[in-house]
Design a protein around this ligand. Structure first.
Ligand code: SAH
Length: 212
């Protein structure tokens, strides 16, 4: 086992499993995807740290536990069409590609999207599509989505995204209220929306029409 593979296994046990992540598909995917390929060259040594890391343009790759918590809350089985907002490094995109049938991922920074496309070659998935633009409005002409993952904090769950969520679908979004942010799961049941608080969190802001 190479050094990174060993660190990855330790991350899965100590940062994820011991802290309540128990979806075996999520644990297996995070045990396989080389996170070091998604962080800037000079930060590779920190790839498995229990923290978010800078990736340029004042953005970050999220802490492994937060990525796992988002993926677990989406409850993916492998058949879903997923919309992701905030491609960033492409790390979470690669994981979603392994856990679902198709992933459409939107990033507002063109240079991050370009870097993510390069990183995603390491992922070797043919079910991932990247778009550049304001994801806070979603992608209406491709809706509905069975799952929506938002990786940037919004003042409230963006209404446009909720409209694009399929019946029974799961959406995870960090919601900012005052100085606090709460990673929140929303589940569509007919005209009702069930809202479950997952954990306090800290994300970069969602910048856009339905963000800040
Ligand atoms: N999932 C990423 C983490 C991304 S951080 C990873 O695993 O690396 C959040 C990202 O959301 C940033 O790259 C930021 O540029 C992007 N973002 C913020 N507002 C956005 C918007 N309205 N549409 C699309 N992307 C947005």
């Amino acid at each position: 086992m190479d050094d990174f593979a060993e660190r990855r296994a330790v991350m899965v046990e100590h940062q994820l499993r011991e802290r309540g992540i128990d979806d075996e598909r999520v644990l297996a995917a995070m045990g396989e995807v080389p996170r070091e390929e998604f962080v800037p060259e000079r930060r590779r040594e920190l790839a498995y740290a229990d923290a978010a890391l800078p990736i340029g343009d004042e953005q970050t790759i999220s802490q492994p536990w937060i990525v796992a918590a988002i993926l677990q809350a989406l409850a993916l089985t492998g058949t879903e069409r997923v919309l992701e907002i905030g491609t960033g490094s492409g790390y979470s995109t690669c994981l979603l590609g392994r856990l679902a049938a198709h992933v459409l991922s939107v990033e507002r920074h063109a240079d991050l999207a370009r870097a993510a496309a390069a990183h995603l070659r390491a992922c070797a998935s043919d079910n991932i599509e990247l778009l550049v633009g304001d994801g806070s409005r979603g992608v209406p002409d491709r809706a509905p989505f069975d799952a929506i993952a938002v990786h940037a904090a919004a003042p409230a769950p963006p209404p446009a995204l909720l409209e694009q969520l399929a019946e029974g679908g799961h959406m995870v979004v960090p919601v900012a209220s005052g100085r606090e942010e709460m990673l929140t799961l929303l589940r569509r049941r007919g005209s009702d929306l069930e809202s479950i608080e997952i954990a306090p969190c800290r994300f970069v802001p969602l910048i856009g029409a339905e963000g800040f």
